[in-house]
Design a protein around this ligand. Sequence first.
Ligand code: FAD
Length: 485
Amino acid sequence: MFDIESRTGGQATSIPLDATQHGAEWLNDGVQGGSSIFRHTFRFFRRYGYEPQPVKLQVSFGKGRDSFWTNVFPSPLVEQLSSEIKKFGRVLKCIKYLMPILGILPVKAILRIFRFSDDFSNKMVLPLLALFLGTGNQTPNVSSVLLERLFNDPQMKLWDYDPDTLLPNLPIMYTFPNLGNFYRDWAEDLKSKGVEMRFNCKIEILERGKKGALLRTQFHDDCCRGQANTEMYDHLVLCCPADEAKKLLDRHATWKEKYVLGGVKFYNDLTITHSDSKYFQQIFESQYSPDLCASPTSETQKKQVAVAEQQPLSQKDGWQGFRPMYFIHSFPSDPEKIEMGFDCTNYQHQFRETLGMDQPPLPQSRHVFQTIFLDDQQQSLWTWNDIDVSKVIARKWWHQFGHRWQHYLRVVPGMMLINGTYRTLYAGSWTMVNMHEIACISGIAAAYQLGAAYEPFDDFAEDFFAKYLLVCHGTRYKRRKSKEH
Ligand SMILES: Cc1cc2nc3c(=O)[nH]c(=O)nc-3n(C[C@H](O)[C@H](O)[C@H](O)COP(=O)(O)OP(=O)(O)OC[C@H]3O[C@@H](n4cnc5c(N)ncnc54)[C@H](O)[C@@H]3O)c2cc1C
């Protein structure tokens, strides 16, 4: 296994924190969590003694009374858009029944065709979808098949559609264990089983044919270069981003590979992890205020408001009271573009573990926040210069693909045509959806194609794997007979 980086894990990274200041020793600053569908991910965690932790997810979208909404208590915006929320449920059904025609259209086209208002589109649907998929500013161009699947497909959906509030109250998500430690342990275990891992290693494909690939490999870090070796391999599994895979294949790529790999569009995003609570509160609504609340219209809503008005208290699975974790706001000057943020202290479980149960939260000034600035081509919109530099904990650039509608017309259906070309397989979340779980399944599928057995451990996970294998490799998964289970 070769990686250009000095460690395993890719975008699943952890950083150390000052525990005396922030109440926890570490933070997952890339991948943070997932839903209950992440079965393969959780199984890998458990194999090394790590457990994902449930959290009742609270979101806070928009800024100010006219734009704000949450899944924690009623807001004026949800009240104002209630008829469109109901209509949205009917449109989801339409997309489902007219999938071949409507499914490939970008979300922005669907929202226009069905005459949804700008407020509903920009303040509700687009932020929600961006949150689901991490699609950022490409969300309006996402294929509507994803919109429909994310609400209706049991294997993809994070939440059910709610005809009154759009998001049901407090869905369960899971935050991940220290991913740096987990990937370290996984790598150590593989090494002990004979897998050779080479980090800071640059590879070049010298030849590729029916018998495999001839590679030039070379250790390469900031200060020195090792000796270059030439090595022959029977098979290649390219688990790097599609644009990198295309570059590696270079003149050896077939026209199909060039077409499919070249169809994945990547964007450069920046995360700034910081503790500037003043900046965060200027951008997002992170505290309860009666001004943000609509008059409750049911007993359930009355209870929600009563809880939100009280002092928040830590729970094993989140917070009692308003302690939002996911934040999105759109720019007034360009409402289709968004900025995403996290209150990691409210979200990740290690902060609550240190605090103990039924405790009030740390003061905001000690919280760890993260803002994701999307697409470096849109830097003129970014608010990054407003963050107090003395409060910055980490800055990282990421290279992420966008789920444009073309991805589902060109890339995903094309995967089965290129997987296996000259003994080359592809893995990575870009092969389908930008989720850690897909990254895991795609790797397992590559191993399966090379002859490894899939070990069934959960019907839902097995179905998910079978679907992936069919879509991306064109291979039908052969279930073992029940006796063999
Ligand atoms: C800030 C951020 C937050 C996210 N949060 C979540 C989340 O909470 N939940 C979730 O499910 N998903 C999340 N995602 C998406 C998730 O990170 C990805 O879907 C998934 O982890 C990607 O895994 P991957 O293996 O496909 O790619 P990567 O993790 O990018 O791995 C690619 C690997 O290839 C290596 N590589 C690259 N080029 C070369 C080369 N030339 N030679 C050798 N090696 C090379 C890299 O070093 C890396 O190790 C997030 C992404 C980002 C950027």
